[in-house]
Design a protein around this ligand. Structure first.
Ligand code: SAH
Length: 332
Protein backbone atom coordinates (compact mmCIF):
# COMPACT_ATOMS: atom_id res chain seq x y z
CA UNK A 1 0.00 0.00 0.00
CA UNK A 2 2.87 2.34 0.77
CA UNK A 3 4.32 1.63 -2.69
CA UNK A 4 0.98 2.27 -4.29
CA UNK A 5 0.62 5.70 -2.75
CA UNK A 6 4.19 6.68 -3.57
CA UNK A 7 3.60 5.64 -7.19
CA UNK A 8 0.50 7.85 -7.15
CA UNK A 9 2.64 10.79 -6.09
CA UNK A 10 1.32 10.70 -2.53
CA UNK A 11 3.11 10.05 0.78
CA UNK A 12 3.96 6.53 1.91
CA UNK A 13 2.28 7.08 5.30
CA UNK A 14 -1.04 7.25 3.44
CA UNK A 15 -0.59 3.50 3.11
CA UNK A 16 -0.27 3.20 6.88
CA UNK A 17 -3.45 5.22 7.35
CA UNK A 18 -5.46 2.99 5.04
CA UNK A 19 -3.93 -0.10 6.62
CA UNK A 20 -4.95 1.10 10.05
CA UNK A 21 -8.51 1.80 8.92
CA UNK A 22 -8.78 -1.66 7.44
CA UNK A 23 -7.10 -3.73 10.12
CA UNK A 24 -7.38 -1.84 13.41
CA UNK A 25 -10.60 0.08 12.95
CA UNK A 26 -12.40 -2.52 10.82
CA UNK A 27 -13.56 -0.03 8.17
CA UNK A 28 -15.96 -1.52 5.63
CA UNK A 29 -15.88 1.38 3.18
CA UNK A 30 -13.43 4.04 2.00
CA UNK A 31 -15.90 6.72 3.04
CA UNK A 32 -15.24 5.92 6.68
CA UNK A 33 -11.57 6.89 6.30
CA UNK A 34 -12.11 10.44 7.44
CA UNK A 35 -8.47 11.50 7.77
CA UNK A 36 -8.00 10.89 4.04
CA UNK A 37 -9.05 13.51 1.51
CA UNK A 38 -12.29 13.04 -0.40
CA UNK A 39 -10.40 12.99 -3.67
CA UNK A 40 -8.08 10.17 -2.49
CA UNK A 41 -11.04 8.23 -1.14
CA UNK A 42 -12.74 8.46 -4.52
CA UNK A 43 -9.58 7.28 -6.23
CA UNK A 44 -9.43 4.29 -3.85
CA UNK A 45 -13.07 3.55 -4.51
CA UNK A 46 -12.37 3.37 -8.24
CA UNK A 47 -9.36 1.09 -7.91
CA UNK A 48 -10.14 -1.24 -5.02
CA UNK A 49 -12.84 -3.19 -3.25
CA UNK A 50 -12.94 -4.08 0.44
CA UNK A 51 -13.98 -7.72 0.61
CA UNK A 52 -15.10 -7.73 4.20
CA UNK A 53 -17.11 -10.51 5.79
CA UNK A 54 -20.63 -9.96 7.07
CA UNK A 55 -22.24 -11.75 10.00
CA UNK A 56 -25.41 -12.72 8.23
CA UNK A 57 -27.15 -14.46 11.09
CA UNK A 58 -26.30 -14.85 14.75
CA UNK A 59 -27.90 -17.58 16.85
CA UNK A 60 -27.65 -17.92 20.62
CA UNK A 61 -27.87 -21.26 22.36
CA UNK A 62 -29.57 -21.75 25.71
CA UNK A 63 -26.09 -22.47 27.13
CA UNK A 64 -24.71 -19.09 25.96
CA UNK A 65 -22.90 -20.39 22.88
CA UNK A 66 -23.19 -18.08 19.87
CA UNK A 67 -23.03 -19.21 16.26
CA UNK A 68 -22.34 -16.79 13.43
CA UNK A 69 -23.24 -17.55 9.83
CA UNK A 70 -20.63 -15.52 8.01
CA UNK A 71 -21.25 -14.37 4.44
CA UNK A 72 -18.16 -13.95 2.30
CA UNK A 73 -17.77 -11.46 -0.55
CA UNK A 74 -18.66 -14.17 -3.12
CA UNK A 75 -21.85 -15.07 -1.20
CA UNK A 76 -20.47 -18.35 0.18
CA UNK A 77 -21.05 -18.95 3.87
CA UNK A 78 -18.95 -20.34 6.72
CA UNK A 79 -19.75 -20.62 10.39
CA UNK A 80 -17.88 -19.62 13.51
CA UNK A 81 -18.77 -20.17 17.14
CA UNK A 82 -18.22 -18.33 20.42
CA UNK A 83 -17.99 -20.68 23.40
CA UNK A 84 -18.21 -18.99 26.81
CA UNK A 85 -17.18 -20.65 30.08
CA UNK A 86 -16.85 -18.94 33.46
CA UNK A 87 -13.12 -18.40 32.92
CA UNK A 88 -12.68 -17.96 29.18
CA UNK A 89 -14.24 -17.11 25.86
CA UNK A 90 -13.16 -19.30 22.99
CA UNK A 91 -13.64 -18.60 19.29
CA UNK A 92 -14.01 -21.64 17.08
CA UNK A 93 -13.22 -20.50 13.55
CA UNK A 94 -13.41 -21.94 10.04
CA UNK A 95 -10.49 -22.25 7.65
CA UNK A 96 -12.21 -23.51 4.48
CA UNK A 97 -15.63 -23.34 2.85
CA UNK A 98 -16.54 -27.00 3.18
CA UNK A 99 -13.64 -29.37 3.78
CA UNK A 100 -10.89 -31.14 1.82
CA UNK A 101 -11.20 -34.30 3.88
CA UNK A 102 -13.79 -37.03 4.12
CA UNK A 103 -14.43 -37.91 7.77
CA UNK A 104 -17.58 -40.02 7.65
CA UNK A 105 -18.99 -38.70 10.91
CA UNK A 106 -18.63 -34.98 10.18
CA UNK A 107 -21.34 -32.78 8.67
CA UNK A 108 -18.83 -30.37 7.12
CA UNK A 109 -17.18 -33.17 5.11
CA UNK A 110 -20.41 -33.59 3.16
CA UNK A 111 -20.11 -30.06 1.80
CA UNK A 112 -16.85 -30.86 -0.03
CA UNK A 113 -14.24 -28.18 -0.28
CA UNK A 114 -15.40 -25.16 -2.25
CA UNK A 115 -12.49 -22.90 -1.53
CA UNK A 116 -9.90 -21.90 1.03
CA UNK A 117 -10.53 -18.87 3.19
CA UNK A 118 -8.18 -15.93 2.78
CA UNK A 119 -6.18 -14.73 5.79
CA UNK A 120 -8.46 -11.71 6.24
CA UNK A 121 -11.58 -13.88 6.18
CA UNK A 122 -10.15 -15.97 9.01
CA UNK A 123 -8.96 -12.94 10.96
CA UNK A 124 -12.31 -11.16 10.57
CA UNK A 125 -14.19 -14.13 12.04
CA UNK A 126 -12.00 -13.76 15.12
CA UNK A 127 -12.60 -10.01 15.30
CA UNK A 128 -16.39 -10.52 14.99
CA UNK A 129 -16.31 -12.95 17.91
CA UNK A 130 -14.05 -10.70 19.95
CA UNK A 131 -16.63 -7.93 19.50
CA UNK A 132 -19.47 -10.24 20.53
CA UNK A 133 -17.50 -11.39 23.56
CA UNK A 134 -17.04 -7.78 24.68
CA UNK A 135 -20.68 -6.98 24.00
CA UNK A 136 -22.36 -10.00 25.60
CA UNK A 137 -19.82 -11.17 28.18
CA UNK A 138 -18.01 -7.96 28.98
CA UNK A 139 -14.56 -9.37 28.29
CA UNK A 140 -12.28 -9.88 25.31
CA UNK A 141 -11.83 -13.16 23.57
CA UNK A 142 -9.29 -15.34 25.40
CA UNK A 143 -8.70 -18.39 23.17
CA UNK A 144 -9.01 -19.51 19.57
CA UNK A 145 -9.45 -23.01 18.20
CA UNK A 146 -9.29 -23.87 14.51
CA UNK A 147 -12.04 -26.43 14.89
CA UNK A 148 -14.71 -24.90 12.70
CA UNK A 149 -15.29 -25.84 9.10
CA UNK A 150 -12.35 -27.12 7.09
CA UNK A 151 -8.95 -28.66 7.57
CA UNK A 152 -6.58 -25.86 8.60
CA UNK A 153 -3.47 -27.70 7.45
CA UNK A 154 -4.89 -27.96 3.93
CA UNK A 155 -4.98 -24.16 3.89
CA UNK A 156 -1.71 -23.77 5.69
CA UNK A 157 -0.35 -20.55 4.22
CA UNK A 158 -3.50 -18.52 4.81
CA UNK A 159 -4.10 -19.94 8.29
CA UNK A 160 -0.56 -19.00 9.31
CA UNK A 161 -0.95 -15.50 7.88
CA UNK A 162 -4.11 -15.10 9.94
CA UNK A 163 -2.32 -16.39 13.05
CA UNK A 164 0.44 -13.87 12.44
CA UNK A 165 -2.11 -11.07 12.32
CA UNK A 166 -3.97 -12.32 15.40
CA UNK A 167 -0.77 -12.43 17.42
CA UNK A 168 0.81 -9.22 16.12
CA UNK A 169 0.52 -6.01 18.17
CA UNK A 170 -1.25 -4.27 15.24
CA UNK A 171 -3.75 -7.11 15.18
CA UNK A 172 -5.21 -8.54 18.39
CA UNK A 173 -1.87 -9.03 20.15
CA UNK A 174 -2.93 -12.44 21.37
CA UNK A 175 -0.42 -14.99 22.66
CA UNK A 176 0.06 -17.91 20.22
CA UNK A 177 -0.21 -20.22 23.23
CA UNK A 178 -3.91 -19.40 23.30
CA UNK A 179 -4.39 -20.63 19.75
CA UNK A 180 -4.98 -24.30 18.94
CA UNK A 181 -4.86 -25.70 15.45
CA UNK A 182 -6.83 -28.92 15.18
CA UNK A 183 -5.98 -31.27 12.35
CA UNK A 184 -7.12 -34.64 11.15
CA UNK A 185 -3.42 -35.32 10.77
CA UNK A 186 -1.52 -34.29 7.64
CA UNK A 187 2.00 -35.53 8.45
CA UNK A 188 4.02 -33.39 6.05
CA UNK A 189 2.36 -30.19 7.16
CA UNK A 190 2.61 -31.03 10.86
CA UNK A 191 6.37 -31.16 10.27
CA UNK A 192 6.28 -27.85 8.45
CA UNK A 193 4.34 -26.32 11.32
CA UNK A 194 7.05 -27.57 13.70
CA UNK A 195 9.76 -26.05 11.49
CA UNK A 196 7.95 -22.73 11.30
CA UNK A 197 8.08 -22.35 15.09
CA UNK A 198 4.64 -20.79 15.30
CA UNK A 199 4.34 -21.55 19.04
CA UNK A 200 0.69 -22.47 18.68
CA UNK A 201 -0.83 -25.59 20.24
CA UNK A 202 -1.60 -28.68 18.22
CA UNK A 203 -4.63 -30.95 18.51
CA UNK A 204 -5.06 -34.08 16.42
CA UNK A 205 -8.41 -35.71 15.69
CA UNK A 206 -7.33 -39.27 16.23
CA UNK A 207 -10.57 -41.19 16.91
CA UNK A 208 -8.81 -44.53 16.43
CA UNK A 209 -5.26 -45.79 16.87
CA UNK A 210 -5.91 -48.84 14.69
CA UNK A 211 -5.29 -48.26 10.97
CA UNK A 212 -8.15 -50.42 9.62
CA UNK A 213 -10.68 -48.73 11.86
CA UNK A 214 -9.34 -45.23 11.25
CA UNK A 215 -9.38 -45.74 7.49
CA UNK A 216 -12.98 -46.84 7.71
CA UNK A 217 -14.12 -43.67 9.52
CA UNK A 218 -11.51 -41.25 8.09
CA UNK A 219 -10.70 -42.62 4.62
CA UNK A 220 -7.75 -40.28 4.00
CA UNK A 221 -5.95 -42.36 6.66
CA UNK A 222 -5.20 -44.72 3.79
CA UNK A 223 -2.92 -42.02 2.33
CA UNK A 224 -1.58 -40.80 5.69
CA UNK A 225 -1.44 -43.92 7.87
CA UNK A 226 -0.78 -43.87 11.61
CA UNK A 227 2.94 -44.65 11.28
CA UNK A 228 3.41 -41.47 9.23
CA UNK A 229 1.31 -39.51 11.71
CA UNK A 230 3.31 -40.88 14.63
CA UNK A 231 6.58 -39.94 12.97
CA UNK A 232 5.34 -36.40 12.25
CA UNK A 233 4.15 -35.98 15.85
CA UNK A 234 7.49 -37.16 17.20
CA UNK A 235 9.14 -34.57 15.00
CA UNK A 236 6.68 -31.91 16.23
CA UNK A 237 7.49 -32.66 19.84
CA UNK A 238 11.25 -32.82 19.31
CA UNK A 239 11.10 -29.32 17.80
CA UNK A 240 8.47 -27.60 19.94
CA UNK A 241 8.38 -29.50 23.25
CA UNK A 242 4.67 -28.81 23.18
CA UNK A 243 2.27 -31.48 24.36
CA UNK A 244 -0.28 -32.68 21.83
CA UNK A 245 -4.01 -33.07 22.45
CA UNK A 246 -5.75 -36.05 20.88
CA UNK A 247 -9.43 -35.61 20.20
CA UNK A 248 -11.24 -38.89 20.40
CA UNK A 249 -14.87 -39.92 20.07
CA UNK A 250 -16.01 -43.32 21.36
CA UNK A 251 -18.67 -44.83 19.08
CA UNK A 252 -20.83 -47.84 19.62
CA UNK A 253 -19.55 -50.92 17.73
CA UNK A 254 -16.67 -48.98 16.17
CA UNK A 255 -14.08 -48.30 18.85
CA UNK A 256 -15.78 -49.11 22.15
CA UNK A 257 -13.63 -52.15 22.94
CA UNK A 258 -10.75 -52.72 25.36
CA UNK A 259 -8.55 -53.54 22.38
CA UNK A 260 -9.27 -50.11 20.85
CA UNK A 261 -8.56 -48.37 24.16
CA UNK A 262 -5.27 -50.27 24.54
CA UNK A 263 -4.24 -49.23 21.03
CA UNK A 264 -4.88 -45.62 22.06
CA UNK A 265 -2.76 -46.06 25.20
CA UNK A 266 0.06 -47.40 23.04
CA UNK A 267 -0.23 -44.47 20.64
CA UNK A 268 -0.16 -42.06 23.58
CA UNK A 269 3.25 -43.35 24.64
CA UNK A 270 4.94 -42.03 21.52
CA UNK A 271 4.86 -38.34 22.47
CA UNK A 272 3.71 -36.39 25.56
CA UNK A 273 0.02 -35.80 25.12
CA UNK A 274 -3.39 -35.62 26.67
CA UNK A 275 -6.64 -37.12 25.48
CA UNK A 276 -9.87 -35.24 25.08
CA UNK A 277 -12.80 -37.64 24.90
CA UNK A 278 -15.46 -35.76 22.99
CA UNK A 279 -19.12 -36.42 22.86
CA UNK A 280 -20.51 -37.44 19.47
CA UNK A 281 -22.99 -35.03 17.93
CA UNK A 282 -25.25 -37.02 15.65
CA UNK A 283 -25.46 -35.76 12.08
CA UNK A 284 -28.66 -37.64 11.40
CA UNK A 285 -27.76 -40.60 9.23
CA UNK A 286 -27.66 -43.16 12.01
CA UNK A 287 -24.36 -44.74 10.93
CA UNK A 288 -22.59 -43.49 14.01
CA UNK A 289 -23.85 -43.67 17.55
CA UNK A 290 -22.29 -42.43 20.75
CA UNK A 291 -21.00 -45.37 22.80
CA UNK A 292 -22.48 -46.13 26.20
CA UNK A 293 -21.20 -44.16 29.17
CA UNK A 294 -19.70 -47.44 30.41
CA UNK A 295 -17.46 -47.48 27.32
CA UNK A 296 -16.33 -43.89 27.89
CA UNK A 297 -15.67 -44.73 31.56
CA UNK A 298 -13.64 -47.74 30.44
CA UNK A 299 -11.47 -45.49 28.23
CA UNK A 300 -11.04 -42.98 31.01
CA UNK A 301 -10.06 -45.67 33.48
CA UNK A 302 -7.52 -47.35 31.18
CA UNK A 303 -5.94 -44.03 30.21
CA UNK A 304 -5.69 -42.85 33.80
CA UNK A 305 -4.24 -46.15 34.91
CA UNK A 306 -1.49 -45.54 32.34
CA UNK A 307 -0.90 -42.01 33.65
CA UNK A 308 -2.32 -40.31 30.58
CA UNK A 309 -4.22 -37.09 31.23
CA UNK A 310 -7.77 -37.42 30.02
CA UNK A 311 -10.66 -34.97 29.95
CA UNK A 312 -14.21 -35.62 28.93
CA UNK A 313 -15.61 -32.74 26.89
CA UNK A 314 -19.26 -31.99 26.93
CA UNK A 315 -20.70 -30.49 23.79
CA UNK A 316 -21.96 -26.95 23.68
CA UNK A 317 -24.47 -25.24 21.44
CA UNK A 318 -26.14 -28.42 20.22
CA UNK A 319 -29.58 -26.79 20.03
CA UNK A 320 -28.33 -24.42 17.33
CA UNK A 321 -26.19 -26.98 15.43
CA UNK A 322 -23.05 -25.23 16.66
CA UNK A 323 -21.35 -28.25 18.23
CA UNK A 324 -18.31 -30.09 16.83
CA UNK A 325 -18.98 -31.66 13.47
CA UNK A 326 -22.36 -29.98 13.08
CA UNK A 327 -21.27 -26.95 11.08
CA UNK A 328 -22.90 -27.35 7.69
CA UNK A 329 -24.50 -24.02 6.85
CA UNK A 330 -27.97 -25.35 7.61
CA UNK A 331 -29.31 -21.87 8.20
CA UNK A 332 -27.76 -20.43 5.03
N1 SAH B 1 -10.41 -30.60 10.33
C1 SAH B 1 -9.96 -30.33 11.68
C2 SAH B 1 -10.81 -29.31 12.42
C3 SAH B 1 -12.31 -29.38 12.29
S1 SAH B 1 -13.21 -30.61 13.14
C4 SAH B 1 -9.89 -31.62 12.44
O1 SAH B 1 -10.30 -32.64 11.94
O2 SAH B 1 -9.37 -31.63 13.55
C5 SAH B 1 -13.13 -30.25 14.83
C6 SAH B 1 -13.32 -31.49 15.69
O3 SAH B 1 -14.69 -31.97 15.63
C7 SAH B 1 -12.46 -32.66 15.24
O4 SAH B 1 -11.85 -33.25 16.33
C8 SAH B 1 -13.50 -33.61 14.63
O5 SAH B 1 -13.04 -34.92 14.62
C9 SAH B 1 -14.69 -33.36 15.51
N2 SAH B 1 -15.95 -33.82 14.95
C10 SAH B 1 -16.29 -33.94 13.65
N3 SAH B 1 -17.56 -34.40 13.53
C11 SAH B 1 -18.03 -34.57 14.78
C12 SAH B 1 -19.29 -34.98 15.32
N4 SAH B 1 -20.30 -35.31 14.54
N5 SAH B 1 -19.42 -35.02 16.66
C13 SAH B 1 -18.40 -34.64 17.48
N6 SAH B 1 -17.20 -34.23 17.03
C14 SAH B 1 -17.02 -34.19 15.69
Amino acid sequence: MQDFFVAEGDKSFRGNQVYEWLWSKGAHSFDEMTNISKQTREMLQENFVINHIRVDRMQRSSDGTIKNAVKLHDQLTVESVLIPTPSRTTACVSSQVGCSLDCQFCATARLKRMRNLNPDEIYDQVVAIDNESRLYFDRPLSNIVFMGMGEPLMNYKNVMKAVEKITSPEGLGMSPKRITISTSGVPKIIKKLADDEAKIKLAVSLHSAIDEVRTQIMPFNETFPLTDLKEALEYWFSKTKSRITYEYIVWKDINDTKEAASALVKFCKYVPCKVNLIEYNPIDDGNFQQASSAATDMYQEILERNNITVTVRRSRGKDIDAACGQLANKSA
